[in-house]
Design a binder for this molecule. Structure first.
Ligand code: ASP
Length: 590
């Protein structure tokens, strides 16, 4: 029998093929051997089709079919017939038909699998990753990767129409500061020297602008050697974009149209643009986060003025220290006392010293551990600063240093929304967070670091401002509380770049050795430019409703950065190390 070619996919058989002879190839998904009659569900990436083997058609083929086991790979030729009404399977796209098999070829056999591919329940993830090729056979994985392909394809299509060039940049490169540690690759030809794997193509894409390419994009692999958190990968994919002669709005507008195109063409969903824009300061003061989930309210309010004349010593001390009192009002939910106390415990777990609750049952009736210290007009005062206060609203209060207190309130806000079940699950709420601080202070090292990266342009007038207040021409795009990507308008002027390096504490020698080429380029006609990168793995994870980015990456690493299938990283023989002039010394684990 000739295996090459097949008439259609298993899941694509339909009435057009009725009473026709077709061929199919795939894996034995399930088998029911009733002796004279054998049923096989044949699976390929398009779905399932029922095969029937009976002795009347060909005794020889029937004999061979007895040997079939789960996951054998086969090729069959047969006639599509209608199933009898009582055997129609409504849950299956091909459930009205079956294939009466005339010929069967076993293309490969399979031992029993180490786990069932019908469900992931109770299957250890390490095992799934060790046998990733089996895991990938599951229909959900096919759905995820089909969607991933379509999304990336649509992005390419859109950017092509917008006259972008897709350009590859090197993987063996030099450190690009994006705030993480880089992976190093020793050079054999230059012993003692190392390449770094790119944390992103940042400097190359800027240099492409200096090279007059004007509009660049790349589906770029990025590498960051960070201590892995639950849902991080040491290598991940970004849609990386850079444009010349633009302002912030141009990039933001392009990304909005790109996302709209992807949603409409791939997901058949309407997307309303433009997205809401919030400055970093607005986002932080209202939501305690630079990536607020805007699908629900629960805004943080500054209650410091409400307590200006308070008799409560701990709040007076906070005010005297110049710190702040922030509160979230929850309306329309009756909390019991024990629930309220549970929220106190939760806030403490989130890092708060304490959480004060005040139940505004009515203007006359306020219950709280501190109720007797509250002024008579507390209800009215609070209603003045918090939106939507009604009888029965409960206020949760955290006091302390502004940033720390607001960060805790931001996390509390998310937990409250989750537990009170007020997050609209079907909503896609995109927003832009703009005007990020240029710098961030590292209290431990007592240094100022770039919040985005050192090539981000400061806002005009920055030189006369205090370091903590300088804003950057940087923006993030956020979806439902998750940062999808970020970018900035870059520095194209050598003098500005040098000043920023200086603020970051880089010596002239360091600057010259690390970024000499950039400074030189900035003196040789570097156009104004800016860009962005979108994290594709997380985006696709959200759109496929997957629980982890590992479900949308074909060969992800485990939480400890290990490839369980290839079993790497691996030790290297001394002989090989010698080629690189390398010698290992034991590392003390701290
Ligand atoms: N290189 C930046 C990043 O990876 C994105 C950008 O600024 O375009 O986050």
């Amino acid at each position: 029998m000739q295996v090459s070619g097949r008439t259609t996919g298993c899941g694509l058989v339909n009435e057009h093929f009725l009473n026709k002879s077709i061929s199919l190839s795939g894996w034995v998904h399930r088998r029911r051997d009733h002796g004279g009659l054998i049923f096989i569900d044949l699976r390929d990436r398009t779905g399932l089709m029922q095969l029937v083997f009976n002795t009347e058609l060909s005794a020889q083929v029937h004999e061979r079919a007895h040997k079939l086991r789960s996951e054998f790979v086969i090729h069959v030729v047969g006639t599509v017939v209608e199933r009898s009404p009582e055997t129609i399977n409504k849950d299956l796209a091909t459930g009205k038909w079956e294939l009466l098999v005339q010929d069967l070829e076993i293309l490969n056999v399979s031992k029993p699998l180490p786990f069932s591919i019908e469900t992931t329940d109770n299957i250890d993830e390490e095992l799934r990753l060790k046998y990733r090729y089996l895991d990938l056979r599951r229909p959900e994985m096919h759905k995820n990767f089909a969607l991933r392909h379509k999304i990336i394809y649509a992005m390419r299509e859109f950017l092509n129409k917008e006259t972008f060039y897709e350009i590859e940049t090197p993987i063996l490169t030099k450190n690009t500061p994006e705030g993480a540690r880089e992976f190093l690759v020793p050079s054999r030809i230059h012993p003692g020297s190392f390449y770094a794997l790119p944390q992103s193509p940042q400097l190359y894409k800027q240099i492409l602008m200096c090279g007059g390419m004007e509009r660049y994009f790349q589906v770029a692999r990025c590498f960051r050697d960070e201590d892995l958190r639950a849902d991080r990968q040491p290598e991940f994919t970004q849609l990386d974009i850079e444009m010349s002669f633009i302002q912030e709005q141009d990039i933001q507008n392009l990304i909005e149209r790109l996302l709209k195109y992807v949603f409409e063409t791939v997901l058949n969903k309407e997307l309303h643009i433009p997205f809401k824009r919030l400055s970093y300061d607005e986002a932080f003061s209202s939501y305690g986060s630079d990536k607020p989930d805007l699908r629900y309210g629960l805004k943080i309010n500054d209650l410091t003025p409400v307590f200006a004349d308070t008799e409560l010593k701990f709040l007076r001390d906070v005010i005297n220290r110049g710190e702040k009192i922030g509160g979230i009002a929850v309306s329309g939910h009756a909390f019991t006392h024990s629930e309220l106390n549970r929220w106190v415990d939760k806030a403490q777990k989130l890092g708060a010293k304490g959480l004060l609750w005040i139940d505004l049952e009515s203007p006359e009736n306020i219950s709280s551990p501190v109720s007797k210290f509250l002024p008579k007009d507390f209800f009215a005062r609070t209603a003045n600063v918090c939106e939507g206060i009604t009888n029965g609203s409960v206020i949760f209060i955290v006091a302390g240093e502004y940033e720390a207190a607001w960060e805790i309130l931001g996390k509390l806000r998310q937990e409250l929304a989750r537990e009170l079940n007020i997050i609209p699950q079907d909503e896609l709420n995109f927003s832009w967070i703009t005007e990020f601080p240029l710098l961030e202070y590292d209290k431990k090292d007592k240094t100022w670091n770039a919040k985005h990266h050192p090539f981000t342009s400061p806002n005009q007038g920055w030189e006369s401002q205090k370091l903590a207040t300088i804003k950057a021409r940087a923006y993030d795009v956020v979806l439902n509380g998750i940062e999808l990507g970020g970018g900035s308008i870059r520095i194209h002027d050598r003098a500005v770049q040098e000043k920023v390096f200086n603020v970051l504490g880089l010596s002239a020698e360091e600057v010259e050795s690390k970024f000499g080429f950039l400074l030189e380029a900035q003196e040789l006609g570097f156009p104004p430019h800016g860009g962005i990168a979108l994290g594709l793995d997380r985006f696709i994870m959200l759109l496929t409703n997957s629980i982890s980015i590992r479900e949308v990456i074909a060969f992800p690493k485990t939480a400890s950065g290990f490839d369980s299938m290839m079993e790497c990283p691996t030790p290297v023989e001394d002989k090989k190390l010698r080629d690189y002039g390398l010698q290992l010394t034991p590392i003390k684990k701290v």
